[in-house]
Design a protein around this ligand. Structure first.
Ligand code: ATP
Ligand code: MG
Length: 717
């Protein structure tokens, strides 16, 4: 049995060994909140007569709950069976499963994810004859989920305007459809779990008696219904330990309420509040930067963080030429880090939005560095990207059945499962491709007129796409395919963060295609090459759990985690803070909290990177450094100045350092050159040697291109 209290400071020790009662631990990043929670549970199990059965712990992600259980068992030295550890959603699901009858659900109720939910809503909108141009379904979905997060059912709402009226009509119909079909969406899990306890006194009493201790991590990101559920479950007898940091509330846009922290103090009886101020995670410089940034927010509950560790290394600020250069720089620094004997998974690259991962992923793949995307998919595995590529694959080859099956009815165009079944069967029976089968099926009139017409339009669409894209560059072709297929409109009509991300990713695919157009050594079919490369990227197995890999994730997914080395990529105006945060009050403060979360993930070394020009979502922009960078005191920042010294070994290939390769060729990295067609630019990287050496040049107006040295006819400026 380890001495649980030995490795804690005084405040932590008091919180861990406190007598029963409600507790609030309000403290900044890296001050040991999660550690206190884990130790509290272990301490209770060791020193009181409580068993694992009497404890419930709520975490923010499933991964966090697995880790929490592991840590508790590690500290205890035995398995904590019977203890409930999970996310709010996971725990609600468990309750509903156990008491499906009381919850008025069928035994095998089915969870609807947000795509299923949208599909069902679309069907209802159509049935109800609601104008989906005026009231887009995605908006209705957003609204319904918002109502559920606030604990409101359709019956509780009154509509005073046409929009609410339409939304409410759909909400009612949706509730009925879910009831009939036995469907439960994410918001419903929480809402129904709340109602279950509220309306069944015997159950409430049972669980109140059972869970004498409830512990909640990341409390600042609970929403109204989660709070209400907790309040109900705890009653006057339960002891709730809430752990949180108002400065890390980053899910306001999804209904999280920072106010729950104050409400907790007021509504729960005898709350003992502990503030932890010592940070154990980061160096002095990193902490100073974090403190300085978050100070710019108003309405904070106010905490100061200090550390005993020394300042450590300064924060490196790298101003890249463009996103490629940024990715190269990061990859190189990771290579150096690994050469110094560190593990790869001790490095994390964090970014504001999903689409930013593409360039980073490509650079890592090129450098042969295994990576893992945490809490998300690799770029070429994403649904919208696979869909867009499937259209391009059909343009190249009509007989690509997988591509055809993927998009034949995406976006929906009235080709139902039955029609597809007929085609598939015909293809199987006659040993032909589905495209050929479609032609035959039509010729032999094996379908209803309506289904037949839908097939004909689809085939037309692909043929037209083929013609339209005939003389286009690959990027234009990709753009055309995204437009003509209706994929763009499809995602435009949706609303919310996810749809926005999908659109951004589609634009990013166009950017990816541009790289091929810029390549002077054009492959015979750039499209084929593009598709093959994409397939390879997607096929690169998501690094196995046990392969040591660099961690990539959005800033949101990084909450609660820590890494010895952290790169914040794309810290630029319009990207971070996100351009959408300027319109809504409070959003900028939330972005700043996100920045605080990002900075405080770093333990030893923090890099902040921005690019002077960036191609993202298909557009080139010159954003300049984010305002957040200016909020960091210059005393803790060291600018990485590679260009003036020109000692930057960019993207060393097969043992050749770029610098040496460049010197051998008589050019210098960072040198300005003139090209007949593309104008002026800067040499950014060199690959290979001799006559076939290739240079990457960042042109002022044409962006980055790879040119073969011996044909490029460059003139030094
Ligand atoms: P966040 O707000 O980011 O979730 P947190 O407050 O939950 O952070 P923890 O993750 O619990 O912080 O702790 C941060 C780091 O500091 C961990 O590596 C933890 O093991 C270490 N730590 C916490 N308290 C102590 C202590 N008293 N002695 C040594 N290390 C500690
Ligand atoms: Mg934590």
């Amino acid at each position: 049995m380890t001495d649980l209290l030995a490795s804690l400071n005084d405040e932590q020790r008091q919180a861990v060994s406190a007598t029963p009662g409600n507790q609030l631990i309000l403290a900044g990043a890296g001050s040991g909140k999660t550690r206190v929670l884990v130790h509290r549970i272990a301490w209770l199990l060791q020193n009181t007569d409580i068993t694992p059965y009497g404890i419930m712990a709520v975490t923010f992600t499933n991964k966090a709950s697995r880790e929490m259980r592991e840590r508790i068992e590690e500290v205890l030295g035995f398995p904590a069976r019977g203890m409930w550890v999970g996310t709010f959603h996971g725990l609600a699901h468990r309750l509903l499963k156990a008491h499906f009858k009381d919850a008025k659900l069928p035994e095998n109720f089915q969870i609807l994810d947000s795509d299923d939910q949208l599909r069902l809503l679309k069907k209802l909108v159509k049935q109800l004859n609601i104008d989906d141009e005026r009231f887009p379904t995605k908006e209705i979905q957003w609204w319904i989920n918002g109502q559920k997060d606030e604990g409101r059912r359709a019956a509780h709402i009154q509509a005073w305007d046409p929009q609410t009226e339409a939304q409410l009509t759909v909400y009612s119909a949706y509730e009925e459809a879910c009831l009939r079909g036995g469907f439960v969406d994410f918001g419903e899990l929480l809402l129904r779990a709340h109602e279950l306890l509220r309306d069944n006194q015997h159950l409430l009493e049972h669980y109140r008696e059972r869970f004498q201790y409830v512990l909640v991590d990341e409390f600042q990101d609970t929403n109204t219904i989660q709070y209400a559920w907790l309040r109900l479950l705890a009653g006057e007898t339960g002891a709730v330990t809430a752990v949180g940091d108002d400065d890390q509330s980053i899910y306001g846009w999804r209904g999280a309420k920072i106010e729950n922290i104050q409400q907790f103090e007021q509504e729960f009886s005898g709350v003992r509040t502990t503030r932890l101020e010592q940070n154990y995670r980061s160096t002095g410089s990193i902490l100073k930067a974090a403190n300085a940034v978050i100070e710019n927010n108003d309405d904070r509950l106010g905490k100061e963080l200090w550390t005993e560790s020394d300042d450590g290394e300064a924060i490196s600020l790298y101003s890249a030429f463009n996103e490629q250069d940024e990715a190269h720089f990061i990859t190189e620094r990771i290579e150096q880090w690994v050469e110094q004997g560190h593990r790869r998974d001790s490095s994390a690259i964090l970014y504001r939005s999903n689409a930013q991962s593409r360039v980073l992923e490509e650079a890592l793949i090129r450098a042969g560095i295994p990576y893992r995307i945490y809490g998300g998919q690799r770029f070429y595995d994403r649904l919208e990207i696979k869909n867009a590529l499937a259209y391009l694959r059909l343009v190249i080859s009509r007989n690509d059945d997988t591509a055809l099956e993927r998009v034949i009815n995406v976006p929906t165009r009235g080709i139902g499962n039955k029609t597809v079944d007929v085609v598939r069967e015909f293809a199987r029976d006659h040993g032909c491709s589905m495209w050929e089968a479609m032609q035959q099926v039509l010729q032999h009139k094996l379908l209803t007129a309506r289904a037949g017409n839908a097939l004909i339009s689809f085939m037309h669409l692909i043929d037209q796409m083929d013609q339209a894209t005939d003389d286009l560059s690959l990027a234009e072709m990709t753009e055309q395919a995204i437009e003509m297929s209706g994929l763009k409109d499809h995602h435009l009509k949706e609303k919310g963060e996810k749809a926005q991300a999908r659109l951004e990713n589609l634009d990013e695919l166009v950017t990816a295609a541009k790289v091929y157009d810029a390549d002077e050594e054009q492959p015979a079919s750039p499209l084929r090459q593009f598709l093959d490369d994409a397939a390879l990227d997607a096929g690169e197995q998501q690094a196995e759990e046990n392969i040591d890999s660099v961690q990539l994730m959005t800033l949101h997914s990084a909450k609660g985690l820590e890494f010895p080395q952290v790169f914040l990529a794309g810290v630029e105006k319009n990207i971070f803070p996100h351009k959408m945060s300027f319109d809504e009050p409070g959003r900028l403060a939330e972005e700043r909290r996100l920045c605080y979360v990002g900075i405080t993930r770093a333990m030893e070394k923090l890099y902040i990177c921005y690019a002077e020009s960036r191609r993202l979502h298909g557009k080139e922009s010159f954003n300049g450094p984010s305002a957040f960078i200016r909020e960091i005191p210059s005393s803790v920042i060291e600018e990485v100045r590679l260009r003036t010294q020109v000692t930057r070994p960019v993207s060393a290939v097969k043992g050749f350092s770029s610098v040496h390769a460049a010197a051998d060729l008589g050019v210098k990295l960072g040198q300005r050159v003139f090209h007949q067609k593309f104008g002026e630019g800067v040499i950014m990287a060199v690959e290979g040697a001799g006559g076939n050496a290739r240079l990457q040049i960042n042109f002022d107006y044409e962006g980055s291109k790879w040119l073969v040295m011996q044909y490029a006819n460059l003139r030094p400026m």
